[in-house]
Design a protein around this ligand. Structure first.
Ligand code: 3MF
Ligand code: MG
Length: 346
């Protein structure tokens, strides 16, 4: 925990080999165990996990074996002073999920997705976290005519209700994203995710995770997405990162591209006391050019940027801001904020 009470997390996928669609890995793989050793060094206390990060090859294991492996991991994490923030079912790599999971046209694929998600819930329970994150990767279409978006909404709702009934303590945070890997994703924004959650059988247990890059790809302001979810007590996690315009999902270090947007995300998180309700997750990737022994600096940079922006948010001259708002002198307010961000007097 930092001096402001925030706790930080990232996932093992955030230390990666640098492969992209046009080239292979450029850094050697680090084992999961090895990755776990860097968390504390970098100031992180919690680990975000896909179900198969926690329990490799879970499709080949019995429910009892899955639970046993998860229990062992819980101890491994505890020995390092770490705990799990959430478990996310990985519903986008298995052949059964090629054309969607909960919204696949194939009933067998839909059944696979539900069974797999139940296993993820078991893993979360064994790891001592009640939070499941649903990134709905392949729930969408490459071709609009292939699925019915209304039917898909009901299929997604049904899947969420099934999971809520399966585990009475489970909370589900939907992580919206408008595209990639699909051309058009269902549940592209916070608004879609919240609407779905409010329709669930137990709406209190459905919330959201806001990822900066995903909001930017949807053409939305990440700070407003945060505020909208927090207005209803629904923001349970974040994936802070950054994104340079409308292209592939870049997962750049937090604040590296849109510094003022980063400031505003931190400002609204801090004003709404996010440290009391959730963990600050970073979903960032090192640049492909980064040498292997220096390939955790994106995590360090993102966490340090968050803390520096908390400092800037709290040291903003609130009386001056209020006076400029009252005078409707927004140009002067613009200058005040920019000067504050670059550390100069207005
Ligand atoms: C994709 C993502 C994912 C999710 C992760 C946990 C691999 O754009 O952001 O990262 O964050 O699956 O939900
Ligand atoms: Mg993410």
């Amino acid at each position: 925990m930092d001096k402001y009470g925030y706790r930080f997390s990232f996932g093992p996928w955030n230390i990666h080999e640098g492969a992209d669609p046009f080239g292979p890995a450029v850094r050697p793989s680090r084992t999961f165990a090895d990755k776990l050793t860097v968390y504390k060094e970098l100031g992180f206390d919690l680990v975000q996990l896909h179900d198969d990060d926690a329990v490799p090859n879970l499709d080949e294991l019995s429910p009892a074996q899955i639970r046993q492996t998860a229990r062992t991991l819980k101890q491994t994490l505890a020995d390092l002073g770490l705990s799990a923030e959430f478990v996310a079912p990985r519903l986008w790599e298995h052949p059964m999920t090629i054309d969607g999971a909960y919204t696949s046209n194939d009933p067998q694929a839909r059944a696979y997705a539900i069974e797999r998600s139940k296993k993820a819930a078991d893993i979360a329970q064994e790891l001592g976290t009640d939070l499941m994150v649903l990134w709905l990767a392949r729930e969408g279409t490459y071709l609009r005519e292939t699925k019915d978006a209304g039917r898909a909404a009901h299929q997604l709702l049904e899947a969420i209700n099934t999971l809520l009934a399966y585990d009475a303590n489970l909370r589900i945070a939907i992580e919206p994203k408008p595209n990639e890997p699909m051309d058009l994703a269902y549940i592209p924004t916070m608004g879609h995710a919240l609407a779905l959650g409010f329709q669930a059988d137990d709406p209190k247990r459905v919330g959201v995770l806001m990822e900066t890059a995903h909001s930017l790809l949807a053409g939305l302001d990440p700070a407003d997405e945060i505020s909208f979810a927090m207005a209803f007590g629904k923001l349970w996690s974040v994936h802070l990162n950054d994104q340079n315009g409308l292209k592939f999902d870049q997962d750049r270090s937090f604040g590296a591209i849109n510094l003022r947007t980063a400031f505003n995300q931190v400002r609204v998180l801090d004003e709404n006391r996010f440290w009391e309700v959730g963990v600050v997750g970073m979903d960032v990737k090192a640049l492909r050019t980064q040498p292997a022994d220096l390939a955790t600096k994106h995590l360090r940079n993102s966490l340090s940027m968050f803390l520096r922006l908390v400092e800037l948010s709290r040291s903003l001259d609130q009386a001056a801001v209020a006076a400029l708002i009252a005078a409707r002198d927004y140009e002067e307010l613009d200058w005040l904020i920019l000067s504050h961000l670059i550390g100069r007097a207005a």
